[in-house]
Ligand binder design. Structure first.
Ligand code: NDP
Length: 313
């Protein structure tokens, strides 16, 4: 086992939350280490144009935005390691994180490993990602103004996305695999009473059709096996996200849905000196700008915590 380095702040993950935490911690002269993950940059790396990140009135692509975040974090002295953390030990200070056999130790930790959108796992879905297939209506809905679109899923996210899209699109078809929604009553009612929303129950997306952009969808009725095609300019997959918290199970307190629990209004976890920022602890807003906001909070809280508690011995 090799002890690679000791840092005052260790940041795990490099989406908008992790890199914002890195920028703030680095500017506070804390020389943070950011283990950025093999999927560095997070969910924005699979997003085309980002039109709602303040400061970019002409839009910027997700990967371009993350390149700028990274450059800004590096400029102030963040040390970046491109690898996944494979094991952690937060039972005592210094906190420990391993990348295979390499051990990194730290006086404080910011966890910002994000969440991963669940997909239907169709080859056509992957091919058309960013060309009409999206997992975020708030991010991509505006590209499909006036079109007919589909939302897949029956939870609160699907209802919320469908309602949101009716403000932009000509029609929204909700496609759900069962005969009843899982979503809360109030969200269901709002969707069902919206005249622009149609529902296809007991249905699954069999194939997304289109060469370079989504043009239509083939739906399969799960009760009869019958298929039919629907014209659609976009498919919003809203079948849930999985928080990337596997490493922290049994160590950090998690909500029932797997997201990290933080003290309300802060990024503090149940382990003093360990903070969580971004989508790994947020199942409500899930925006780049809110992730960046909590990344900033985590760095400021870590800085204050280190000032009060000193380095690990
Ligand atoms: P959920 O897990 O609640 O719902 C996922 C939906 O997708 C379910 O209807 C499920 O179907 C369906 N689904 C899952 N896998 C597949 C698949 N492979 N193919 C087709 N359909 C599939 O996720 P949400 O993102 O909707 O919500 C996550 C959490 O966030 C919840 O706790 C929710 O309440 C909360 N939330 C709250 C909001 C609010 O209060 N404003 C807004 C958004 C989310 P089935 O029902 O058959 O399992």
């Amino acid at each position: 086992m090799t002890v690679k380095a000791h840092h005052k702040v260790l940041i795990i993950g490099s989406g908008p939350a992790g890199l914002t935490a890195a920028i703030y911690a680095a500017r506070a002269n804390l020389k943070p280490l950011c283990i950025e993950g093999w999927a560095a940059g997070g969910q924005l790396m699979i997003t085309n144009d980002v039109e709602n990140y303040p400061g970019f009135p002409k839009a910027i692509t997700g990967p371009e935005l993350m390149k700028e975040f990274r450059a800004q974090a590096e400029r102030f002295g963040t040390v970046l390691v491109t690898a996944d953390v494979t094991k952690i030990d937060f039972s005592a200070r210094p906190f420990k994180a391993w990348v295979e056999d390499d051990l990194y130790t730290a006086d404080s930790v910011i966890v910002s490993t994000g969440a991963t959108a669940r997909w239907l796992d169709l080859p056509s879905e992957k091919r058309l990602q960013g060309r009409g297939v999206s997992a975020c209506a708030v991010c991509d809905g505006a590209f499909f103004k006036g079109e007919d679109v589909l939302v897949v899923g029956g939870g609160d996210t699907a209802m919320e996305e469908a309602n949101y899209l009716t403000g932009l699109c000509n029609s929204v078809t909700l496609v759900h695999r069962r005969g009843e929604f899982r979503a809360s009553k109030i969200m269901q009612t709002r969707a069902l009473e919206n005249p622009k929303i149609k529902v296809e129950y007991w249905s699954a997306v069999d194939e997304i059709l289109g060469e370079n952009a989504v043009e239509a969808v083939r739906l399969k009725n799960l009760q009869t096996g019958a298929t039919k095609e629907l014209k659609a300019g976009a498919v919003f997959v809203a079948i849930g996200h999985t928080p990337n918290t596997e490493l922290f199970k049994g160590v950090l307190d998690l909500h029932d849905n797997g997201y990290i629990r933080t003290v309300p209004g802060t990024t503090q976890t149940n382990v003093a000196g360990v903070f969580a920022a971004g989508d790994v602890q947020d199942f409500v807003y899930r925006q780049a700008v809110t992730a960046a906001g909590t990344g900033c909070m985590a760095a400021l809280e870590a800085e204050r915590w280190l000032a009060a508690n000193g380095p690990a011995h």
